[in-house]
Design a protein around this ligand. Structure first.
Ligand code: PNS
Length: 165
């Protein structure tokens, strides 16, 4: 049973994240989507809201996709859930520095946990949660970037007059 953790902010879940999970499932038996609770980033959606959105999308996965929140060091969490790998998506070369630093640091800290990178599909290469939040805030169409229920949640959030972080 090969398990991997896909960590991130997921604020909100995008089609880019979904594609990475689906493709990771062709390599790993179980993917734990892990929403970080301690982050320097100001969030639009609360952690429970993000967990709910991700769980809703993967409800038909037959237990292959688990959704949890985590705090503290990622490598410790990865061990706790019985996984041995971290999954991250890469879009452009601009992602590389940050991702390489995290992957090397996580390997140094853990002494064995490997990070696997999946290249985003071309059609998802420009999608990021922050771009999605901005477009939604400005009333733009995000229907090709996120699942319909995320689009609805974004509309509702901005209708509440919630400022963007
Ligand atoms: O989606 P994001 O915001 O790019 O995800 C960043 C995340 C959650 C992967 C990163 O911040 C993280 O791993 N945080 C946990 C704390 C930790 O282990 N830090 C050391 C990693 S170098």
């Amino acid at each position: 049973m090969r398990a991997a953790v896909f960590p991130g902010s997921f604020d909100p879940l995008t089609n880019g994240h979904i594609d990475i999970v689906e493709r990771a499932l062709t390599i790993f038996d179980r993917i734990v989507v892990a929403v970080v609770t301690q982050s320097s980033k100001k969030s639009l959606f609360s952690v429970p809201e993000r967990l709910e959105m991700i769980s809703h999308h993967f409800r038909g996965s037959g237990g292959k996709v688990e959704v949890q929140s985590f705090s503290g060091l990622l490598v410790e969490y990865v061990r706790q859930v019985g996984a041995s790998a971290i999954i991250r998506g890469l879009r452009a070369i601009s992602d590389y520095d940050y991702e390489a630093q995290m992957a090397l640091m996580n390997r140094t800290l853990s002494g064995g946990i490997e990070t696997f990178f999946l290249m985003a599909r071309e059609e998802n290469a420009y999608i990021s949660s922050s771009v999605v939040r901005q477009i939604a805030l400005l009333g733009g169409d995000v229907s090709k970037l996120v699942p319909p229920f995320v689009e609805t949640a974004l509309r509702r959030k901005f209708a509440e007059g919630r400022p963007i972080g």
